[in-house]
Design a protein around this ligand. Structure first.
Ligand code: SAM
Ligand code: SF4
Length: 475
């Protein structure tokens, strides 16, 4: 029997976002002494998660030289923890039907201008094959909130994606961005073997939240706020949080992301795997200018908040999407953004078929329209190593047993070798010309930087196996 959407039930739930306390920290830490700011940066460089007072201090450090020190701190932390690897993924929009009325989203129920579309079996497979032909291995599947897209539907569509195969193509990790479910619903989705379940709170400021989500299940702030707690209770311990920037003051939202992190750490002993910070983009039939009139986040503040998040939660992955421009994305990579999407297309069904009306089926407009091949070439030229690694969740390295990067030497042991192996696979199967050359050069640079050891020998052996046709090797 179809379950349909869960019943919104918030009995006994309370907010763990202490609004008054956040405002108080932001007020009390105004005009911080440079020495205090530097001490906080040092504590972060020792790989400590920062406390709210410390984050508020960094937010209030507005003098240009302090801002530059914060940027430099983020760059340094990135080098110490993350190395050169950048994980690549692509979004796959499964359906844009929706019963909510989020003011800012092109998919909202009362938007007459959006063309509704849900991928049916063959269409879904065609989309996945088109993504495989680009070389993608990791997807995030995105769903509107609609009785059609219940937990079983999400589970079944994820399974279809894992089963699809085109040539050497294969999707090895599916993350989800969908509405919050009840515990049983999360258990059902978990059966398909998902990676991260992402739910963005959009705005943590309750009054604003209620204003921009006037009806539908999403209008309930607490149901959404506790969504990831329910996912944890269902055994999904790989979670993504996020705030949609432009709805309310970014300073508040950045603090709230930290409070959400602390809440998950305290309750489940594991923080979020990733944090996202999308900025609002134009969407069909939607007056984004009006919505962001008061709180639009300028580029400079955006850079500050990303650098501050990097310092505040050293071990959490940061995701930056194609909503942002090429120039800004390139700059943010050096601040420790760890995952980006590439070659994205966000019209439902628009990977498989060029669609002149794609915009009308899309949720918003992209700022970076480079192909995956171009992004990869540019990443290599800038000294990064693209990674399609899916090793951790398949080896069970998630959740409480394992917080990514928290183990000393983890990046050296797993991430870099797995980046090399999965990238070599990509180069063999999909790249040519300048991209191939730039990619092979980057792999050589990574190897040169590794000290001779048994692990390096093993990596070389496996690289030989990949060249000889072996696939999906990882540590
Ligand atoms: N329907 C589910 C939900 O709302 O959680 C998941 C899919 S929704 C399409 C994914 C995310 O897109 C939202 O959480 C929101 O943060 C983001 N989004 C919505 N409208 C946007 C816009 N105009 N610009 C940028 N991001 C937007
Ligand atoms: Fe629907 Fe999600 Fe868009 Fe809101 S953000 S209208 S819930 S798809």
């Amino acid at each position: 029997m179809k379950r349909g959407l869960p019943k919104v039930d918030v009995e006994g739930l309370e907010s763990f976002i202490p609004e008054a306390e956040i405002f108080a920290w932001l007020e009390r830490t105004r005009d911080p002494a440079p020495e205090r700011v530097r001490a906080i940066i040092r504590r972060s460089l020792d790989k400590n998660r920062l406390e709210p007072e410390e984050m508020a201090t960094l937010i209030n450090a507005e003098a240009p030289e302090l801002v530059e020190e914060i940027f430099e701190g983020a760059r340094e932390l990135k080098k110490r923890i993350y190395g050169n690897r950048i994980v690549l993924f692509a979004p796959l929009y499964v359906g844009n039907e929706c019963i909510n009325r989020c003011e800012y989203c092109g998919f909202r129920a009362d938007n007459p201008e959006v063309q509704r579309k849900t991928l049916l079996g063959d269409e879904l497979v065609a989309e996945v094959e088109a993504l495989q032909e680009l070389g993608h291995k990791r997807l995030i599947m995105v769903y509107g909130e609609h009785p059609k897209y219940d937990a079983q539907y999400i589970r079944d569509t994820v399974r279809e994606v894992y089963q699809a195969r085109k040539g050497p193509g294969e999707i090895r990790r599916v993350n989800i961005n969908a509405a919050p479910l009840d515990v049983e619903g999360f258990r059902i989705v978990k059966e398909a073997g998902i990676g991260t379940y992402q739910i963005f709170q959009e705005t943590y400021h309750r009054e604003t939240y209620e204003k921009v989500h006037p009806s539908g299940p999403k209008s309930n702030y607490l149901w959404r706020l506790h969504g990831l707690d329910r996912a944890m209770e269902a055994g999904i311990d790989d979670l993504g949080i996020g705030a949609l920037l432009g709805l309310y003051d970014w300073r508040f939202e950045t603090m709230a992301l930290l409070y959400h992190t602390i809440h998950l750490e305290e309750r489940f002993k594991v923080g979020p795997h990733t944090i996202s910070f999308p900025r609002l983009e134009p969407a069909v039939g939607t007056d984004i200018g009006r919505i962001t009139a008061q709180y639009a986040v300028p580029d400079q503040d955006f850079k500050r908040l990303v650098a501050i998040l990097r310092l505040a939660v050293p071990y959490t992955g940061l995701i930056l999407t194609c909503r942002e421009s090429v120039a800004l994305r390139n700059e943010m990579l050096s601040f420790g953004v760890s995952q980006i999407d590439g070659g994205s297309s966000i019209g439902v069904g628009s990977y498989a078929a060029a669609d002149p009306d794609a915009f009308k089926k899309s949720q918003f407009v992209l700022g970076d329209n480079r192909s995956l091949d171009e992004i990869i070439r540019e990443l290599c030229e800038a000294g990064f190593i693209p990674s399609f690694c899916t090793g951790c969740y398949r080896k069970g390295r998630t959740g409480e047993h394992f917080m990514e990067f928290a183990i000393p030497g983890f990046v050296k042991r797993f991430c870099t070798p797995n980046a090399v192996l999965t990238f070599l696979e990509y180069l063999n199967d999909y790249a040519e010309g300048e991209t191939l050359e730039a990619g092979l050069r980057q792999i050589e640079r990574e190897l040169d930087a590794m000290p001779e050891s048994r692990a390096k020998e093993e990596l070389r052996e496996r690289m030989g196996q990949v060249r000889a046709g072996a696939r999906d090797l990882y540590f």
